[in-house]
Design a protein around this ligand. Structure first.
Ligand code: NAP
Length: 281
């Protein structure tokens, strides 16, 4: 059985690959990447590295692949067409199964980013290619990338209100993707989120305790939060996207208590406090 990972050079892909190699062996893994030079070290370990661009998806790069992990791309607005191209290429190449990294509760999510994931889920259904949906919640790391200024100002801002967030570490979601790719069956749909949930006020409490400094959560309207993000230099599209996601959080769009992820990987997910401690170490 040959397993391929598309989006292999990204942060999730870089966590998926060693786990996949450990489970199925380097000789059975194909890493698909826009620029193969990025994965030269991996090629030296026996993993096959092939050039693959979602914008010009070539079925030849998928020759012999039985199961493909399609990691969603990162250029918002282009992804529906890119993922459609990959699905078409996989079908043409005779790939037996595609596992796709979607978004938590894709069919009903009010998060703006969910639209392209719904498009891709529909494209998979229309393709007739057997598939697995990995509906990923947010990474813990989304919240820990810029803690320093928050600690300095004693404030974490957002529009998430009292909404609960069931995030998991990127490594947890990588382990889930590998488990589903290797052992899952066509038609499986996983809502993948952390075992624990927290509000942003509780998140700020963790940061304050771990940093040993006062940090409070300051809630804003979606428009105020977007304006604040633009004020610190974020491009308009990114500020608007983050504010949209944060506001959707206030309606529990990132909450899930199914514990599907910990069942899939056979261990508890990483608590947010652990990821905060790692980020601040
Ligand atoms: N659940 C969450 O919290 C969360 C957060 C952020 C993003 N996401 C989604 O999950 C995906 C994986 O997360 P991540 O942290 O690994 O993101 P990431 O580090 O930005 O990785 C994205 C990957 O997509 C590849 N890619 C983008 N456009 C491509 C194209 N046209 N052709 C081939 N490859 C292309 C990139 O390749 P290059 O190395 O060539 O650029 C990279 O390998 C993201 O792309 C995004 O869709 C989820």
């Amino acid at each position: 059985m040959i397993y391929a990972v598309a989006g292999a050079s990204g942060q999730l892909g870089q966590l998926v690959l060693p786990e996949l190699v450990a489970q199925v062996g380097a000789a059975n893994v194909v890493a698909l990447v826009r620029n193969p030079a990025k994965l030269a070290d991996l090629a030296a370990t026996g993993v096959t590295v092939r050039a693959f661009d979602y914008d010009a998806a070539d079925p030849a790069a998928l020759a012999g692949v039985d199961r493909l992990l399609l990691i969603s791309a990162n250029e918002v607005g282009k992804r529906s067409a890119q993922h459609q191209a990959v699905i078409d290429a996989a079908k043409a190449a005779g790939v037996g199964l595609i596992a796709y990294t979607s978004i938590l509760h894709a069919p009903t999510s009010t998060i703006g980013l969910a639209g392209e994931h719904r498009d891709t889920e529909a494209a998979l259904a229309a393709s007739g290619v057997p598939h697995i949906l990995l509906r990923n919640g947010w990474y813990n790391e989304n919240y820990t990338g810029s803690l320093a200024p928050s600690i300095e100002h004693g404030a974490i801002i957002g529009a998430a209100g009292e909404g609960r967030i069931s995030s998991a570490s990127r490594a947890d979601l990588a382990a889930g993707a590998v488990a589903a790719l290797v052992s899952g069956a066509a038609g499986d749909v996983y809502e993948l989120a952390g075992d624990e949930s927290y509000t942003m006020a509780e998140f700020a409490g963790h940061v304050a305790r771990i940093a040993g400094k006062p940090v409070a959560y300051v809630n804003m309207t979606q428009a105020e939060y977007a304006a604040a993000l633009k004020g610190v230099g974020l491009p308009d599209w990114l500020a608007d996207m983050l504010a949209n996601s944060s506001y959707a959080t206030s309606h529990d769009q990132l909450f899930d208590d199914s514990r599907s992820l910990s069942r899939l990987v056979g261990r508890p997910t990483t608590p947010i406090a652990v990821t905060i401690a790692v980020a601040l170490a």
